[in-house]
Design a protein around this ligand. Structure first.
Ligand code: LLP
Length: 413
């Protein structure tokens, strides 16, 4: 299902909460991202509620969408933040997060990022390297910080059932530490007097299609930490899936929770969902620039591209593409492509959809996660505006304006 309580058709017009999307799009240039803060909040509460039986504390994974209005809404809801760079930490703090409520993750944190995060009093470091432990310890010693909380990220050698680019828990992935390396670190805590190594982190991938691999990874994690009672926290990472196609079904959160709960008794549980909170709260609105029929195919050239939404090109992701105003027009099989000079700049391939004409506007659905966050200036395209519909459902504002030609050149000497 790609429609939800906030983004759905009412009387043939695509609505985002109480507002028709075409009315918003008319006042702005396309492409433009539009997000429902109501839906973001609802998703947060849904995930929080589902994980209530194991008391999980949620750190929203800012990499999915670090728009300030979204971060502020989630922080107001009580979420902590999962940050993977100094930049994301800065955004989280700016949006009102307490340093203590931020987890700092990432396979390649720089010494400068570590020093700054220690100084700020970041709540948790998810560590992926022995040398990183040393760097955090040194940074803590130099500012007199005591017992910086560390979770070791475990690579459980479990292959997730997802796109290969989104799998992180197989042994040959760059992520995490082997069981042996974790054992070594836990056997010699005296090497890190300023650290409290009291957590374990396990994240085997994103858009996890079934729970079997997750359960296996958690079982291995538990086995690994059982001899070490000082490990009181298990961070399960993110990876909760969303449906991108109307015919796709995904496992329920309640099922997942009931399967993992038996392994988690007695531990504090942290969770880092990104996609499940924001994906279905956002759309990318585009306008048809040209229609071309060639080699027996129909091409709709729209003004959005892989620069604004790279997921189809990078992962073969299938985002539904829907006209803002429903009609009974004929259905056709078409290619929806962007203006970028790359054969991979295809937003939908051989897709059955309503026949479109020049000037029609479409919503590229389920684009709230890893859309704008991964947008680039490729082909010197200006990154689009981001509009948020407030939690009241009937007012909207431009949260981030569309970039200008000046913006494109402002860092050049
Ligand atoms: N925690 C860790 C350690 C992660 O690596 C990730 C995602 C998350 C949490 C959040 O995962 P989520 O709940 O959003 O699945 N660009 C790709 C997704 C890359 C995910 C990277 N790590 C996409 O568009 O599908």
């Amino acid at each position: 299902m790609v429609f939800n309580s906030s983004i759905r058709f009412v009387d043939a017009r695509l609505m985002i909460d109480d507002l028709p999307v075409d009315a918003i799009a008319r006042e702005l240039e396309t492409p433009v991202y539009v997000y429902s803060l109501k839906r973001v909040r609802k998703n947060y509460r849904r995930v929080k509620g589902a994980f209530e039986p194991i008391g999980a504390r949620i750190h929203y994974s800012a990499k999915a969408n670090s728009n300030g209005a979204i971060l502020r809404a989630l922080i107001e809801e009580g979420a902590g933040i999962d940050a993977v760079s100094g930049g994301e930490i800065a955004r989280a703090l700016q949006a009102g997060a307490a340093a203590q409520d931020i987890v700092f993750a990432g396979v390649g944190k720089t010494v400068a990022e570590i020093a700054s995060a220690v100084e700020l009093g970041i709540g948790w470091f998810n560590v992926e390297n022995e040398l990183e432990l040393q760097y955090i310890n040194d940074a803590a010693a130099s500012v007199g910080a005591e017992k910086v909380q560390v979770a070791l990220r475990f690579n459980p050698e479990v292959s997730a059932n997802t796109h290969p680019h989104l799998a992180t828990g197989h042994g040959s992935a760059k992520f995490g530490l082997s069981a042996g390396a974790i054992g070594d670190a836990l056997e010699q805590p005296e090497r890190y007097p300023c650290l409290s190594i009291c957590g374990i982190h396990v994240h085997i991938g994103s858009q996890l299609g079934d729970s079997a691999a997750t359960v296996q990874a958690i079982a291995r994690t538990k086995q690994l930490i059982e001899p070490y009672p000082e490990i009181h926290t298990i961070n399960l990472g993110g990876g909760l899936p969303v449906a991108y196609r109307h015919d796709q079904t995904i496992p329920t959160l309640e099922n997942l929770v009931s399967e993992v709960a038996p392994h988690l008794h007695g531990y504090q549980v942290l969770l880092e969902p990104g996609r499940a909170i924001v994906a279905d709260a956002g759309i990318l609105v585009a306008t048809v620039l040209y229609v071309k029929e060639q080699a027996g195919k129909i091409f709709y050239v729209v003004d959005a591209s892989m620069a604004e939404l790279i997921r189809p090109a990078l992962y073969g992701a299938q985002h539904e593409i829907i006209p803002l105003v429903q009609s009974d027009d004929e259905r056709v099989v078409a290619q929806v492509v962007g203006p970028v000079c790359e054969s991979a700049d295809v937003l939908a391939q051989d897709r059955e959809m309503t026949r479109l004409k020049v000037g029609d506007q479409v919503a590229i659905m389920t684009a709230g996660a890893y859309g704008m966050a991964m947008a680039s200036n490729y082909n010197s395209r200006m990154r689009p505006a981001e509009v948020v519909v407030a939690a009241d459902g009937d007012s909207w504002s431009v949260s981030r304006r569309r970039e200008s030609i000046q913006d494109l050149m402002r860092f050049e000497n």
